[in-house]
Design a protein around this ligand. Structure first.
Ligand SMILES: [Zn+2]
Length: 263
């Protein structure tokens, strides 16, 4: 049996458990004899992760949920394999993630980025239960509340357990956020609302889907919100912007002749 390396009571993260980078964060939450996983990562790490879980002395038959934070391929490619190894677990995620996974939507999940030559396998899977804002997941008397936090993608979820928030791709320790991309259903104003909600909550720790856990820090959240607010009025993220003031300035200037020397 392996020694359990808990980050917080009831919480193990598999990259920390094996002391090397496997991919996205894979959180194991346990209470009494039940446990669940938040995200599973790429297909090629699933068997190793489940083997580690077995060596940590968690009975495979007692896995209650396989949770999807959102449908990006780096978070869910291994879900089908995980369900084969853990047939008693219920696969759960937001309805938009469920739709993308059932349809095998290769664009929305980033399985296919033709302009960059990225094309990877995306096993289709039908989620057994959908969850959204206000849903609860329970492990014995431990309750995990579901937050719907759209922005990175419409189906992004976060999960609150006491003072912890499993925060998905909302924000990382360096203030970066999950990719903003029109083809991915990103919405900057929704993103800002999700970040404001995290900022204003009494959650103490954020456990993101990439990188280390960090304290819920008002200054960090605010500087990220301010950056995203600027993006709403810049060309950097194309159709994700709400406006681009330069075009209005230009329109006003067009009535005047352009003088190279005056600029
Ligand atoms: Zn991600």
């Amino acid at each position: 049996m392996l020694e359990r390396r808990e980050l917080f009571p009831h919480v193990i993260e598999m990259n920390y458990q094996v002391k090397r980078r496997l991919g996205c964060c894979v959180y194991l939450i346990h209470n009494r004899d039940e446990w669940m996983l938040i995200d599973i990562g790429y297909d090629d790490t699933v068997d190793g992760i489940i083997d580690t879980v077995r060596q940590l002395d968690f009975p495979l038959a007692k896995c209650k949920y396989l949770v999807v934070t959102h449908a990006d391929v780096d978070h869910i490619q291994g879900l089908k394999r995980a369900k084969e190894l853990l047939p008693g677990a219920i696969t759960v995620g937001h309805p938009q993630a469920a739709e993308a996974l059932e349809a095998g939507d290769r664009i929305l999940t980033y399985a296919e980025i033709p302009a960059q030559g990225i094309s990877i396998e995306l096993p289709k899977i039908k989620l057994e239960q959908t969850i959204t804002e206000g849903s609860k997941l329970t492990l014995g008397d431990l309750e995990i509340s579901v937050w719907h936090t759209p922005g990175h993608t419409e189906g992004q979820l976060a999960f609150r357990m006491g003072k912890l928030l499993f925060s998905g791709d909302n924000i990382f320790r360096d203030g970066c956020v999950g990719n903003i991309d029109a083809h991915h259903g990103s919405d900057i104003s929704e993103f800002i609302k999700s970040l404001e909600r995290i900022r204003d909550s009494d959650v103490e720790w954020l456990l993101p889907s990439h990188g280390p856990p960090f304290r819920n820090n008002r200054a960090l959240l605010q500087s990220t919100i301010d950056r995203l607010d600027k993006y709403q009025h810049m060309a950097d993220f194309g159709t994700c912007a709400v406006d681009w003031p330069l075009l209005d300035e230009w329109e006003a200037e067009l009535s005047q002749p352009f003088h190279a020397g005056k600029a």
